[in-house]
Design a protein around this ligand. Structure first.
Ligand SMILES: Nc1nc2c(ncn2[C@@H]2O[C@H](COP(=O)(O)OP(=O)(O)OP(=O)(O)O)[C@@H](O)[C@H]2O)c(=O)[nH]1
Ligand SMILES: [Mg+2]
Length: 363
């Protein structure tokens, strides 16, 4: 997965204006001995469009940020001799995969690049050219003086946002070991450090599947209590797990407070709920990380007891005790993520026995 240096910008506002169509021409042939020949005014050219094109090597909107107004070229006027005016040139804006565009005035979704498998979409569209007077010649009117102006190009004040394309999302407090985990189960190599908010932009790691396909895990910045009120980096980054099918909560085990992990999960889910009930209701796994910090099995037993007391209905195969750094149990977790994901995307074979939807246990 591409990781880029430079500033990460995942939301920008741009004024986009497509080119106007050129006007049709009013013109008459000049022929020897004929004072006024027939009409020969050509049509105007089409205005250029603004085209959004996915570049899979990008993960930021930074480059588009250098300008706030993009104007595709207008079409040229029609000419004499039935010459059609030249079409205006399109403008191509390269965007990262998963980019969505909102109409700033209405707030409505104007475009999701994921709905365009070819990776290209037109928004806004250039205006058609006007008609030259040749087109208005009739049996009774051989010398029409009529031509039409070009159509105006569409315009849009657009908000472009990246909604990362990933199937599994990591959620956890800062410093919980999310980036360490993604680097131990995928090829991604995000920065890992012993301070909160090391990760400031989504990092993607691909997990290959046996059938040759793969899915993508997204590591996002940590969220903390009060994030929905803007504490820490806020909840905005949850946008990058909106497209996921399942979540993996990464929770640090505290050696001296066995009840902490259960409280942390509750807090995390509370924050996710403020952002989206729907995301919260997605299937999830829990990785209790940094088990190496515990002195012995008894301490681990206390943590698990407390977790079970707080979440009595939680199936046991959803909770993994791991050390992301020491790679303890990470392979088992990786296999579970793969099997759970595969199960989720598999077409339902027995329609009379639909799967029960998952619900957060405290919901
Ligand atoms: N002891 C121990 N330390 C770990 C383990 N996993 C991660 N760490 C350490 O915990 C610290 C934070 O790890 P990161 O992977 O950067 O944590 P993060 O959740 O990505 O943090 P943010 O990006 O700030 O949200 C680093 O110093 C890691 O080396 C583990 O299994 N055991
Ligand atoms: Mg990180």
């Amino acid at each position: 997965m591409p990781q880029q240096e430079g500033s990460f910008i995942d939301r920008i506002k741009l004024r986009l204006k497509a080119g106007d169509g050129g006007a049709g021409a009013v013109s008459f042939r000049h022929e020897k001995y004929v004072q006024l020949g027939g009409p020969d005014g050509g049509d105007g050219g089409k205005g250029g469009s603004v085209i959004l094109r996915v570049n899979t090597g990008l993960n930021t909107l930074e480059k588009l940020h250098s300008q706030s107004f993009y104007h595709a070229q207008d079409g040229e006027r029609g000419g004499k001799n039935n010459c059609t005016g030249a079409n205006g040139a399109d403008i191509v804006l390269e965007v990262p995969p998963g980019t969505v565009v909102f109409n700033e005035e209405t707030g409505e979704l104007a475009l999701d690049m994921e709905d365009h498998p070819g990776g290209e979409a037109v928004l806004p569209k250039g205006g058609d050219g006007g008609k030259g007077n040749t087109r208005f010649a009739t049996a009774t009117n051989h010398a029409p003086r009529k031509a039409t102006p070009g159509w105006p190009g569409e315009e849009l004040t657009a908000v472009l946002e990246i909604k990362t394309v990933a199937q599994v999302g990591l959620i956890g407090l800062p410093n919980a070991g999310k980036s360490t985990l993604i680097s131990s189960i995928t090829g991604a190599r995000p920065r890992v450090a012993d301070y909160p908010f090391t990760t400031l932009q989504p990092v993607l790691g691909a997990v290959p599947l046996e059938d040759g396909g793969c899915f993508v895990i997204a590591d996002i910045p940590g969220i903390i209590q009060g994030a929905h009120e803007g504490v820490g980096l806020g909840l905005d980054f949850l946008r990058h797990i909106e497209r996921t099918r399942m979540l993996l909560y990464v929770i640090e085990i505290s050696p001296h407070d066995p009840d902490q992990p259960a409280r942390t999960l509750r807090d995390l889910q509370h924050e996710v709920r403020q952002y989206s009930e729907e995301i919260l209701s997605r299937p999830f796994l829990i990785a209790l990380n940094k088990v190496d910090l515990l002195d012995d099995e008894d301490e681990l037993a206390l943590v698990l007891d407390s977790f079970r007391a707080e979440w009595p209905g939680l199936p046991q195969d959803r909770v993994f005790v791991i050390s992301a750094r020491g790679k303890t149990n990470t392979e088992t977790l990786r296999k579970k993520i793969i099997s759970m994901y595969t199960e989720l995307v598999r077409p339902i074979e027995k329609p009379d026995e639909p799967e029960q939807p998952f619900h957060p246990l405290n919901g």
